[in-house]
Design a protein around this ligand. Structure first.
Ligand SMILES: *Cc1c(COP(=O)(O)O)cnc(C)c1O
Length: 357
């Protein structure tokens, strides 16, 4: 991160990520009074209650509490890739492909295979051509397919049930596992009115993140069969993820499950509003109908102004968003962002493009 970003003035409107949403007072109070025990011994009653609730929600047999989504991805790939060199398939811009410090190669010893696709969603044909049809001692096993629900850099797009089903058919045929990075699975559930269980019926491992739009300070729950979770525990331990009186954190996650799911709809409406306002400007390319959840990815066209320049100018106004590349920007909406904030961001962006700022 450049120093100009660090020394700029305080951030007022933070659209960099929904991880930047802050735990509410009520959530902190629930955390304060949580019953706790030793998590690694299975003795934390609040953690156990959280796991039970998430298993029910996702329709999975077993689960394990994790400090982060990144660890859920690493542990899952470790379980599914039995030999060094095994192949993991994912969208080329997926979080675990490019934003997790080289985790597939660095931690799992796997061969990451990026798939070129539109908005982070690939079909059976694209997957099969990435897999190739070669076999032999020199070909690493295709072990796991990782999909992001919703897609992060893909702009919050939702994998439909039929898109998942065609990937499942390939997976069955080739005896591969499907892993769902469900950092924002509940955004997909709220936006589509399709249950988490329905989405998860096609996948072997799945996790949800409480630190994103659900507003908890940290925590994820990773689910699958009992046998998957037994193996996941081994790698969780190996990676330093075995914890102690973390019922205090699980209580924040339980609070989020009970109070912060339905309100995601408000974030989706605000994301649509931002897209609609931005689409009014001729230097911005965005189709409001592409905004399905809480992420708005848009492009700059016919302008010399770069995405980085926009980020710095907005940052000086107390607004933060992410430049994905020279012409692409991302804004993520969350519970600390209101309609007025959206209007302010859109107006300032337009002013910058019109050289008024
Ligand atoms: C944020 C995110 C992660 C990582 O989650 P952490 O809890 O920050 O480690 C993984 N995948 C996607 C799609 C994400 O957006």
């Amino acid at each position: 991160m450049s120093t100009s970003l660090i020394t700029a003035k305080k951030i007022k409107i933070d659209l960099f990520s929904d991880t930047n949403s802050e735990p509410s007072l009520a959530m902190r109070q629930a955390m304060c009074t949580a019953e706790v025990g030793n998590e690694v011994a299975g003795e934390d009653p609040t953690v156990n209650r959280l796991i039970e609730r998430v298993c029910e929600l996702l329709g999975k047999e077993a689960g394990v509490f994790m400090p982060s989504g990144t660890m859920c991805n690493g542990v899952s790939y470790r379980v599914w890739c039995s030999r060094a060199g095994d192949r993991i398939f994912f969208d080329q811009y997926s979080h675990s492909a490019i934003l997790e410090a080289g985790l597939p190669a660095g931690l799992v010893n796997a061969t990451p295979v990026p798939i070129e696709c539109h908005r982070g969603i690939f079909n059976a044909q694209q997957l099969l051509s990435a897999m190739g049809d070669k076999q032999g001692y020199n070909i690493p096993s295709p072990s796991v397919i990782s999909i992001e629900q919703t897609t992060n850099l893909g702009g919050g797009a939702i994998w439909s049930l039929s898109a998942l089903q065609q990937i499942k058919e390939v997976a069955n045929k080739h005896k591969m596992a499907i892993h769902m990075d469900g950092a924002r699975l509940l955004n997909a559930v709220v936006a589509s009115n399709i249950s988490a269980k329905d989405y998860c019926q096609y996948v072997d491992s799945v996790w949800i993140d409480f630190a994103k739009g659900l507003g908890a300070p940290m925590g994820s729950v990773l689910c699958g069969t009992q046998s998957f979770v037994d193996q996941a525990w081994y790698y969780k331990f190996q990676q330093g993820g075995a914890m102690h009186q973390v019922g205090i954190l699980a209580a924040g996650c339980l609070y989020a499950l009970e109070n912060n799911i339905e309100r995601l709809e408000a974030d989706h409406l605000n994301a649509k509003l931002l897209a609609a306002l931005l689409s009014e400007h001729s230097n911005i390319q965005i189709s409001p109908e592409d905004v399905e959840t809480n992420i708005v990815v848009f492009k700059l066209i016919n302008t010399e102004i770069s995405a980085d320049e926009i980020v710095i100018k907005l940052r000086n106004q107390g607004i933060r968003l992410l430049a994905i590349n020279r012409i692409t920007l991302r804004a993520i909406i969350h519970m600390d962002i209101g309609k007025k904030d959206i209007e302010e961001v859109a107006q300032k962006l337009k002013d910058i493009l019109d050289h008024k700022m």
